[in-house]
Design a protein around this ligand. Structure first.
Ligand code: KIV
Length: 262
């Protein structure tokens, strides 16, 4: 299994792959395919629970999903998102919830959205022996603050703030940083500014690795595809087609045929 120090050492030598999973079966596919890191993202709010945002996801829900992912991918690094308002309030809150997630799920590390303002929480978690991945750029937990999901790091001042955040996260002890929906030229500067790997999503090619939501890249949604997602499958169309064929077979009494009963 890749560990936090091994992932950190991949910067500059090997690109890092990260994909999401929320349950056993997808996790087992990701492990069989040799993905470096499986992320139990709070995107489960949208992808699994059908919510509009990540905000409603709770600590107990993410633990439930992370346990299933752990069982499906026992030999792969599993990272778990700390849900909205499970760590922002204080170091004590982050330690309590972060410790509970790692203890109960048996995941390997945590991911926290935020920059310089959450460095005290990150320092405390790392000091307690919990590896942490940072997450800057677009922070979906701040959707109400942004009023949507705008591209980040476009203005010079914004770009500088992100570079500063990345440097502070590195000083606080993160072993990697996810950079989401950031202008590619800004991501390039962030990647050059830190010695830990930058894992991009919608952040261009100048990263040390890439992360996507698995359901997005597999085409599991009928009508949702962010512009930065490359479709590697057409899972929704294929699945709906298969279900229609099953229904048609049942309606015309073609299933079960002799081969399929005792
Ligand atoms: O929640 C999530 O899936 C994420 C990725 C999009 C990076 O944070």
């Amino acid at each position: 299994m890749l560990t936090a120090p091994k992932i950190k050492a991949m910067k500059g030598s090997s690109k890092i792959t990260m994909l999401t999973a929320y349950e056993y079966l997808t996790a087992s596919y990701l492990e069989k395919a040799g993905v470096d890191i499986i992320l139990v993202g709070d995107s489960l709010g949208m992808v699994f629970q059908g919510e509009k945002e990540t905000l409603p996801v709770t600590v107990d829900e993410i633990i439930y999903h992370a346990k299933a992912v752990r069982r499906g991918a026992p030999a792969t690094m599993v990272a778990v998102d700390m849900p909205f308002m499970s760590y922002q309030a204080s170091v004590e809150q982050a330690m309590g919830n972060g410790g509970k997630i790692i203890k109960q799920s048996r995941a390997n590390c945590l991911k926290l959205e935020g920059g310089v303002e959450i460095c005290p929480q990150i320092r405390a978690l790392v000091k307690a022996g919990i590896p942490v991945v940072g997450h800057i750029g677009l922070q979906p937990q701040s959707v109400n603050f942004y009023g949507g999901y705008p591209v980040q790091g476009v203005l010079a001042a914004d770009a500088q703030r992100l570079i500063n955040d990345a440097r502070e996260l590195e000083k606080a002890g993160v072993f990697a940083i996810v950079v989401e929906k950031v202008k590619a030229s800004t991501t390039k500067k962030i990647t050059a500014a830190v010695n830990v790997p930058v894992i991009g999503i919608g952040a261009g090619p100048h990263c040390d690795g890439q992360v996507l939501v698995t359901h997005d890249m597999l085409g599991a949604f009928v009508d949702f595809k962010p512009s930065f997602v490359k479709l590697y499958e057409k899972q929704a169309m294929r699945s709906i087609g298969a279900i229609k064929r099953f229904s048609a077979d049942v309606k015309r009494s073609a299933f079960p045929s002799k081969k399929y009963y005792y």
